[in-house]
Design a protein around this ligand. Sequence first.
Ligand SMILES: Cc1cc2nc3c(=O)[nH]c(=O)nc-3n(C[C@H](O)[C@H](O)[C@H](O)COP(=O)(O)OP(=O)(O)OC[C@H]3O[C@@H](n4cnc5c(N)ncnc54)[C@H](O)[C@@H]3O)c2cc1C
Ligand code: SF4
Length: 464
Amino acid sequence: MGKTTGFLDYRRLDNPMESPQKRITSFQEFHRALSAEKRMEQGARCMNCGVPFCQSAYGCPLHNLIPEWNDEIFAGNWSHALSRLLKINSFPEFTGRVCPALCENACICGMDDLHNAVTIRENELFVSEYAWANGLIKPEIPAVRTGKHVAVVGSGPSGLAVSDLLNRRGHSVTVYERDDTPGGLLMYGIPAMKLDKKVVARRIEKMKAEGITFLCSTEVGKDISASRILKQYDAVVLCCGARQTREVAHVDSSVPGVFPALEYLTESTKAVLEGRESTRNASGRHVLVIGNGDTATDCVATAVRQGAKSVHQLVRKPRPVEGTRVWPYRPTGEKTAYGQEEAAALYGSDPRLYETTVQELLTDEAGALRAARIRQGETEAEVPADMVLIAAGFSGAENNIAQVFGVSRDEKGRIGASDCTTENPKLFACGDVRRGPSLVVWAIAEGRACAHEVDRYLEGYTYL
Ligand SMILES: Cc1cc2nc3c(=O)[nH]c(=O)nc-3n(C[C@H](O)[C@H](O)[C@H](O)COP(=O)(O)OP(=O)(O)OC[C@H]3O[C@@H](n4cnc5c(N)ncnc54)[C@H](O)[C@@H]3O)c2cc1C
Ligand code: SF4
């Protein structure tokens, strides 16, 4: 422990944010970094607990070596901090931006008040960005190749994590990606204001320089058959996500103006990157977002930035109430994320309508969507809606992928066992496709665990 009184001497200081009014004028990230000196103080707040719950099963799914790198941060030993960070976390630049910081819920500094927890996520981000900016993260090309070839289907965080470790081990990795660019939901899904796409591209360039091949715009099962891939490679890993959109009663997705959230968010990001208007533009429209969670929040925030006339968000469940605080925390109560904050700042009220469902979508004489009849408890009402975004979650792996690989899906639509194996010994699965819709940090953890299994299968042992 570098500074024994750090947690008493310094208060938690979060990265400053642009105001909602300012940040909605662009799709750029809106958190600003602290100075190195201030960040060192935040590192000093870590008490280096004998039992660091933050890195245990109660906290970070990756089991990041948090107290170790916090100590190095306090000392300003940035390269040491980085080496401890990269030992466990393949992509701290992603988790440092979008992780909900499960570690902070388990931080002992936050035992009485969660707002006193160490700024673990932002400390992680600072180390990572310092390293990228100062050339500490460079391509590391494996010295020896094993002669074994692995295909990875899907390039989201789980696909990238499994590819990264297997390539370091010397296996030759080819990633098949249906989208035109690698990254999965990091690229198309999570909007640019949460995760700048240059950050994703920077990582992919490094992985390419290390010898990983990315074959984009190639859908396995359509552009190349599953049987060919299984024959051609020594092992195959499914990392195709859980993208089967959940249906919403009374909402016909074929009605013009109704879009699945992912289609809307993907097109919006492509438009931002290409500097053109989105073909699914909310500008001047009354937008109805159906669902709760990250995806719904990102739809609200995107619609606000596109200049929607109004945004309502329908949430089926009741407004969460503050529960008893039991440490390590699973935060209870209503969470107002950046999108709701922005909508409230712009339109004057929180966009969420709780315990509310759609009864019917209403069209005008010309057949154009104009409103939705909604039910809130026993009351029915009409809200204007000429754009409806379905963000009610995902129900597991897409239907065809299990079929083409001849493996089963469980009752939740997931593929693979807890050790990432499947019925076919050379086929593995990890990330959302195995776990169900989850988080970036879990996808990375799964990808790393899966790499161990694949390596063991290929070599008979693993030291990864
Ligand atoms: C809108 C949105 C916002 C989110 N925000 C957050 C957040 O803030 N923080 C957080 O921690 N998590 C967030 N998540 C969840 C997180 O993004 C996912 O848990 C994570 O990306 C899962 O990673 P993955 O690698 O398993 O799958 P994905 O990221 O879904 O990647 C799967 C990839 O497989 C490709 N693919 C699928 N089928 C094929 C095929 N047949 N052939 C070739 N390629 C194929 C897809 O094109 C895709 O690129 C969010 C999710 C969404 C939808
Ligand atoms: S990956 Fe997430 S949970 Fe783990 S240390 Fe980083 S912010 Fe915390």
